[in-house]
Design a protein around this ligand. Structure first.
Ligand code: BGC
Length: 393
């Protein structure tokens, strides 16, 4: 398919990233909601009302403006937009139009993800990512999104971390549908690439000149002696096969959180170092590493669509952010075509199987009143963005 005319926002994008399920609340018509209610799953807690952002989105956007950021990454919930196969909800489409208009009114560039981990129940019940028709369904859904509010989209992300959905759902048994099979994991990755292409082409066939791309989860991998083979096979499946096909996209989204160390027995859970609340190694250097790796394997612009730290210690978050921004500075100085950075996340939100314990937000959310309280890291991030040397944009 020929590329349409594409317009990137004029300025470097500085923002925060979120997802519908993790902040909206009440996304009941999804596989994740059902997973949390079922016995024998890994979910420690239910999502419930999340951060009630379905109703409080204007408050969220005002915070971004207050911090001096110029962009917001959010996702729209397929299960709300297409609650039954082929039936599209005018109410949900109007709601998301209003959210994007509220971004535009505040001069925030909306970066819109069409799929962030959750499936409508009707899709899950028909086999989810193992049904050969899913690429067609996702393409149809993307076309409706493009037709309904493509004129307001700043950047589009098709599927958030398709490789993580495949890994956690089909190899690690940690996300629905809780499967453990290398073959099914690899097949779902192949299907994901077809879904992405179908969505991208559907979006490009509707009005708009916004860039379309795929946000991929990347890692800094380290192999200790004996761990090399595992790292090679995992990295091929998780990264290289995706990076080999994104050349037709307008940009590639890079997302990273840490470094993974592998030995002969597999992942080393506690290598030497400092740890975060998620049990991840504290490793902001992964920002520079993953951007450089993506740049070495592709020749399209890069956006860091997610990066952050889950921690109760906001001082540790500031140290992490400082390290992340150092990495950005280095890659920009080397001429890598980086167009934006999105900190994960604006709010303390629903962290999938871990529930509400991990705190990724630069803003805390009272679990009873939903009152938002910015943390020192929010101010720090805004100040750092303003002072970014040779600030792109
Ligand atoms: C996901 C988010 C998640 C974050 C922190 C990313 O992989 O896209 O949904 O909350 O990591 O674990």
């Amino acid at each position: 398919m020929t590329k349409r005319e594409v317009h990137f926002p004029d300025n470097f994008l500085w923002g925060t990233a979120t997802s519908a399920y993790q902040i909206e609340g009440g996304d009941t018509n999804t596989d994740w909601w059902r997973y949390e209610q079922s016995a024998g799953t890994h979910a420690v807690e239910r999502c419930g009302d999340a951060c009630d952002s379905w109703h409080r989105y204007e408050e969220d956007l005002d915070l971004l403006v207050r911090f001096g950021l110029n962009s917001f990454r959010l996702s729209v919930e397929w299960a709300r937009i297409e609650p039954e196969h082929g039936i599209f909800s005018a109410e949900a489409l109007e709601h998301y139009r209003a959210v994007l208009e509220a971004c535009r009114t505040r001069s925030l560039v909306p970066v819109v993800t069409l799929h962030h981990f959750t499936l409508p129940l009707w899709v899950a019940d028909l086999g989810g990512f193992e049904n050969p028709d899913i690429a067609t369904w996702m393409g149809d859904y993307a076309r409706v999104v493009g037709e309904s509010f493509g004129d307001l989209i700043g950047i589009a992300c098709t599927i958030n971390e398709p490789n993580i959905v495949a890994l956690m759902g089909y190899l690690m048994e940690l996300f629905p549908p809780q499967v453990s099979s290398w073959e099914r994991f690899a097949n779902v990755n192949t299907t994901m690439r077809a879904c992405h292409a179908a969505m991208r082409d559907a979006l490009r066939a509707t009005p708009g000149t916004y860039p379309v791309g795929l946000p991929l989860s990347m890692q800094e991998y380290e192999a200790q002696p004996g761990g090399e083979e595992l790292v090679e096979s995992l990295r091929a499946e998780m990264e290289d096969k995706y990076l080999a096909v994104v050349g037709d996209d307008d940009y590639v989204g890079v997302q990273c959180y840490t470094k993974l160390v592998f030995g002969p027995e597999g992942l080393i859970l506690r290598p030497e170092g400092e740890f975060t609340e998620m049990g991840y190694l504290f490793w902001p250097q992964c920002v520079e590493y993953t951007i450089r790796r993506a740049a070495s394997l592709t020749d399209i612009p890069i956006i860091m669509t997610e990066n952050g730290i889950g921690t109760d210690d906001d001082g540790q978050r500031i140290r992490y952010l400082r390290g992340a921004l150092d990495g950005l500075r280095n890659v920009v100085a080397d001429g890598i075509d980086l167009r934006g950075y999105f900190q994960w996340s604006l709010l303390d939100n629903f962290e999938w199987t871990y529930g509400y314990r991990p705190k990724f937000g630069i803003v805390s959310v009272d679990r009873t009143t939903f009152a938002r309280t910015p943390k020192p890291s929010a101010q720090w991030y805004g100040d750092a963005v303003r002072a970014f040397p040779g600030r792109p944009g």
